[in-house]
Design a protein around this ligand. Sequence first.
Ligand code: 9UX
Length: 67
Amino acid sequence: MQTTLNVKGMTCGHCESSVKGALKELNGVQDVNVDLSTGKVDVSHEDDVSNVQMKEAIEEQGYDVVS
Ligand code: 9UX
């Protein structure tokens, strides 16, 4: 399935890499696309990956998930 998360605070390519890397380490995450201009992070993943899990992985990198 596909989930879009709104992430605050990503401004450069390193931010993008950190967020992508953290999400891709979660079991069941297949693909991650980041749009730096909007802060939208599209995650393709198995059904058993929860929003909370994804949110926590992003917050551990120092970014806020808005919704
Ligand atoms: Mo770039 Mo992101 O210098 O927190 S790593 S802005």
